[in-house]
Every structure is written in C-alpha cells, then in structure tokens.
Ligand binder design. Structure first.
Ligand SMILES: [Zn+2]
Length: 233
C-alpha cells in the first residue's frame, strides 16, 4: 500500500487545474437507462465522459477544498490511503439480492487477488465508503476523502451492475487509482483516437481535461495490466 503514495501529488494538480467535474448528472443517468450493451461498445462507466472526470471520476467540489485548491482537512497526503488496505463500507442504495451479490463478488475479487479488504463499517470507522444507486451513472471519487460525503461509489442499477467489472472498476477509483490511459508512458503503447469519441466530445477542452497524461511514474505492482482487462503475467 505504500506504493499508493506515489499517486497522491497528482490529486493536488488535478484539483488545481480542473474545476467542474463534480456535479452528479441526471443526464448521464438518462443516457445510461437507454444503454444497450449488445449494440454499444462502451462500458457503462464510460457514458459520463464530458461530465465526469475521465468519464467516471467525481472530483470534490470547490466548497470542499482549501483555498489553495487542495481538498479540505488533510494536511498529509497519506490521508488519501485507506489504512492497512482496509476499506470500511456501507450499502446505502436500494439493490436487489442479485445486485448485492454482484457487489459482493467484486469485493471478493479484491480479497482473492490483492491485499485490499472491503469490510462492513462499524461504529469505530469514522471514514467509510457508501455504495449507492442514484440515477446519475457509474462513478466514484478518488481515494480516501476526509468527508464521507465524498467517499461515495454510485452504481446506477441495473446498468452498472450487469457485470462484476464495473463495481471492481469503481472500487479501484475509491482506492486511489486513475485510468491507465493517462499513464505518462501511455503513448508508447496506445494512440488516443479522438474521432472515436462522440462528435460533441471531440474538442481540445475535453481532450485536455480528460486525456492529458498524469505526471507520475507508472506503477503496476509487478503486474502487467491492460486497460479493459485484468491480465496477470
Ligand atoms: Zn473509471
């Protein structure tokens, strides 16, 4: 978990540079209701592009940040890390038994493949993630926030829980991960094809706000990880 520290300075950069990717959008929710995975090549968590940072990351709004652009309260960036890789959580949405099983299966994947543990919150856990299903798409905030208002994973149902991959993906953001496609070495491996975006998203502003490379050393914990898959060599 120490390795997460390397990600953290990036948080400050993003909050300082971008300012309007923090409002839950019912338009995203409406679009997601019309989403048909049999004809749409996108993942459900990609539908927020243009409204949510990188498509499905929620940033803390200005009133939650300090004047210098940082998020409020934390003096030490290590506060963004969940201690001991343990993430207390509560289920605060209205999920069906089947959807709850999908959430549990996602947590089980972390338990099976990583040191991360999602555990039901207790009275001794002041900070915990709430998992909800508002009709505003699939998204999460990044890392452990000092205000539980921002320790939130939204999984609109049924679309965000049609497969285990989406809850796993959003839980990764809650742990502190951004997307592989903003890795500083991504140009060595992939090309960003702007023409594949929806026409209204093919602007410099969208590109700069969502596809600009982050400035930190790539870190894959000794694993070979490819965007869109979890492949271990
Ligand atoms: Zn994502």
């Amino acid at each position: 978990m120490v390795a997460f520290v390397k990600f953290l300075p990036i948080l400050v950069q993003i909050y300082a540079v971008y300012g309007d990717y923090y409002t839950p959008s019912e338009e995203v929710g409406e679009e997601l209701k019309r989403y048909d995975p049999s004809t749409d090549s996108r993942y459900p968590f990609e539908l927020g592009l243009g409204r949510y940072y990188q498509g499905d990351i929620m940033l803390v709004p200005p009133e939650g940040r300090n004047k210098d652009g940082r998020v409020s309260v934390p003096d030490s960036l290590t506060s963004y890390i969940w201690p001991n890789g343990t993430v207390p959580y509560e289920i605060a949405g209205n999920f069906t038994p089947s959807e709850l099983r999908t959430i549990q299966n996602a947590m089980r994947m972390f338990r099976r493949y990583t040191c991360v543990r999602f555990i039901p919150k207790t009275a001794n856990d002041p900070l915990f993630v709430s998992i909800v299903n508002n009709n505003t798409g699939c998204y999460s905030y990044i890392g452990r926030q000092q205000n539980n208002m921002y320790n939130l994973i939204n999984l609109q149902t049924p679309q965000c829980l049609m497969a285990v991959g989406t809850p796993v993906h959003e839980m990764m953001h809650a742990l502190g991960f951004y997307h592989e496609f903003v890795r500083p070495d991504r140009d060595d491996w992939i090309t960003i094809n702007r023409s594949a975006l929806l026409p209204e998203l093919q602007t410099d502003e969208i590109y700069d706000n969502n596809f600009r490379k982050l400035r930190f050393e790539p870190m894959t914990f000794g694993l070979r990880i490819e965007y869109g898959s979890f492949q271990v060599n």
